[in-house]
Design a protein around this ligand. Structure first.
Ligand code: NDP
Ligand code: 8X3
Length: 252
């Protein structure tokens, strides 16, 4: 029987590329996000190009009721989730705390921290019950280093690191693997979201250097999930060759 992966934030960027690569490598998929049209497009595309079965669940990870309803709506084989990719997340704004926008902080904390916890709360019991499974959390280089104007985002990714480490210990008795992937700069919708739709500002982020692309992270995720049962990759930090730290770039 094929394994089932649930990917949050599959409508774009890293989540979308991960859905595509997992479908090509023997997984059936539960794809989630808030933009239903994009979920439907991805689902049709994957079904067209692979033999994977795809179930779409449209909900907001910040809404506990929606998360609970979505996961509890799963029936039959779809209940049997083997792999959870906690990918949905965002940065909003780039200001020092003394000029920070409280609503931006709330959006990041609610999505990156509380949303990840909500999903894990309802999916991890499935893995505990069957004593197997793998949870991969999307952290960031911002989960390892703090940079000016990114206090709240960095705090959320440091929180993802802490949650990952604690859950790994909690799930140890049940044989459930827990990993974190921490990328540097990846060219996705991330910067467009951070700069609230200002594409000019977003494009500048990637000017003069070669960033990572979503497929690079998807390939790393595929590596993690294809290790033997006795091997867990706890943490993977992946940077563009043109980046040596959260704010250290080689631009030409
Ligand atoms: P994208 O903006 O391209 O994708 C983000 C995804 O998250 C979208 O599918 C979006 O779907 C989903 N999402 C955002 N908010 C919510 C929400 N409230 N409920 C449900 N889904 C949500 O960015 P990336 O692919 O780059 O980001 C993926 C992850 O990788 C994030 O956790 C990010 O922090 C992390 N990361 C990104 C890096 C980068 O440089 N790009 C570097 C390091 C880490 P929708 O809008 O349809 O809801
Ligand atoms: C996204 C990368 O450097 O903007 O996590 O924090 S960064």
């Amino acid at each position: 029987m094929k394994k089932i992966a649930l990917i949050t934030g599959a409508t774009s960027g890293i989540g979308k590329a991960t859905a595509q690569i997992l479908a090509l490598n023997g997984y059936d998929l539960i794809i989630t996000g808030r933009r239903e049209v994009l979920l439907n497009e991805l689902s049709a595309n994957i079904k067209n190009e692979t033999d994977a079965e795809v179930l779409s669940l449209c909900f907001d990870v910040r809404e506990l009721n929606q998360v609970e309803k979505a996961i509890k709506s799963l029936t039959g084989k779809w209940e049997n989730i083997d792999l959870l990719i906690n990918n949905a997340g965002l940065a909003v704004g780039l200001e020092p705390v003394y000029e920070g926008v409280v609503d931006d902080w709330d959006r990041m904390i609610d999505t990156n921290v509380k949303g990840l916890l909500y999903i894990s709360r309802f999916v991890s019991p499935i893995m505990v019950a069957k004593e197997s499974g793998h949870i991969i959390n999307l952290s960031s280089i911002a989960g390892h280093q703090a940079y000016a104007n990114g206090a709240a985002y960095c705090a959320t990714k440091h929180a993802v690191e802490a949650i990952t480490k604690a859950m790994r210990i909690e799930l140890l008795p049940f044989g459930v693997k827990v990993s974190a992937i921490s990328p540097g700069m990846v060219d996705t919708e991330f910067s467009k979201v951070r700069f609230k739709g200002d594409t000019e500002k977003a494009e500048k982020v990637y000017q003069g250097l070669t960033p990572l692309y979503a497929i690079d992270i998807a390939e790393a995720i595929l590596f993690l999930v294809t290790r033997p049962k006795h091997v867990n990759i706890d943490e993977m930090i992946i940077m563009p060759t043109d980046q040596a730290g959260a704010r250290d770039f080689r631009r030409r």
